[in-house]
Design a protein around this ligand. Structure first.
Ligand SMILES: Cc1cc2nc3c(=O)[nH]c(=O)nc-3n(C[C@H](O)[C@H](O)[C@H](O)COP(=O)(O)O)c2cc1C
Length: 307
């Protein structure tokens, strides 16, 4: 059985979600914060709350950093060290054009000169354990090759690979041929990430790639929060149990967000994304009803009606 890592999902897996998921459900080896970046020379206050160790107590969390230059990376590392973090994940996979066009995330993969400088920074910070989360490239599924050559000679705890290019975003099929080539070339522990939504698919990956050291799940876990636990315990829950889990987790999150955001409209817009990937689990009609509820009361009613 492989350890399961909860992928960072901007707008979903914030500190409240991670803490609540860990306390209520579990089955996760490690959570990663959505990427933290430099904006106007500093870290945004929203991100500061997310990485504050007080808000991550008793939860295995690694902060993820996104950067376009070594100057940005050095600044962010200084901030993380000041907070006491000793494990850091580096984002070389984000496909959002706003970030990638500035050379951040998957946009970095075409700049091997910067990757080489990043490798030097990693080597100079021996007190920190680094990992990398990456894609195959920005617009070319071969870009990973020179990048991996550099990373293979850099101390890393693991690499998590999502085998798509940045320009593919989340569309099209996963490139398993490229994944296999990466798998055979990578000298670091490798974690597979992408499109896993059932325990059967997870077992298949484990059998097909015996040298994998973990699986990373994102949208699949949001839709089915017990997915890691079901895989590890080899017991699939029934439809009723899935709905009960979603309702309980949703209720606990709502209680906490009600303390943070102001008013019903804000609470509704904070909670609605929780259901974004649940359509295959709850069905088309109930999904549409939740997503199109328009206000908090209709939204709560739509959840109440789930069967
Ligand atoms: C809404 C959304 C936000 C994301 N935010 C991040 C992020 O902050 N950092 C990151 O490395 N990846 C981010 N990702 C990518 C996921 O971590 C993951 O690699 C991707 O969803 C594929 O895994 P999955 O098919 O299991 O969801 C995001 C993906 C989505 C859909």
């Amino acid at each position: 059985m492989l350890p399961i890592h909860f992928a960072p999902l901007q707008g979903h897996t914030d500190d409240v979600y991670r803490r609540t998921h860990h306390a209520l459900i579990g089955g996760i080896e490690r959570y990663y914060t959505p990427f933290v970046r430099v904006e106007a020379g500093s870290i945004r206050s929203k991100d500061r709350r997310d990485i504050d160790p007080k808000n991550n107590a008793n939860t295995p969390v690694t902060p993820q950093l996104i950067f376009s230059s070594c100057k940005e990376l050095e600044y962010l590392l200084g901030e993380m060290e000041a907070l006491g973090y000793t494990s850091i994940d580096l984002n070389m996979g984000c496909p959002f054009p706003l970030q990638a066009r500035h050379g951040r995330g998957s946009g970095l993969l075409a700049h091997t000169d910067i990757v080489a400088e990043v490798a030097a920074i990693i080597k100079a910070h021996a007190q920190i354990t680094f990992s990398v989360k990456m894609r195959l490239g920005w617009d070319n599924a071969e870009e990973w090759k020179p990048v991996l050559e550099i990373l293979n000679d850099t101390p890393l705890a693991h690499i998590a690979l999502h085998p798509r290019t940045g320009t593919q975003q989340y569309k099209g099929t996963i490139d398993m041929a490229a994944f296999e080539e990466f798998y055979n070339t990578c000298r670091h522990p490798l974690i597979y990430n992408g499109d896993l939504t059932t325990p059967a698919q997870m077992h298949e990956m484990e059998e097909r790639y015996p040298h994998l050291t973990g699986l990373m799940l994102g949208r699949g876990l949001l839709a089915r929060p017990t997915l890691a636990k079901e895989y590890l315990e080899e017991r699939e829950l029934t439809h009723e149990e899935h709905l009960r889990t979603l309702r309980t987790l949703h209720g606990k999150l709502m209680e906490q967000y009600a303390q943070i955001v102001k008013g019903d409209a804000q609470l509704h817009s904070k909670m609605r994304p929780f259901w974004e990937y649940t359509e295959p689990l709850i069905g088309h009609k109930p999904y549409k009803k939740i997503m199109k509820a328009g206000n908090l009361r209709n939204y709560m009613n739509a959840i109440e009606e789930l069967r």
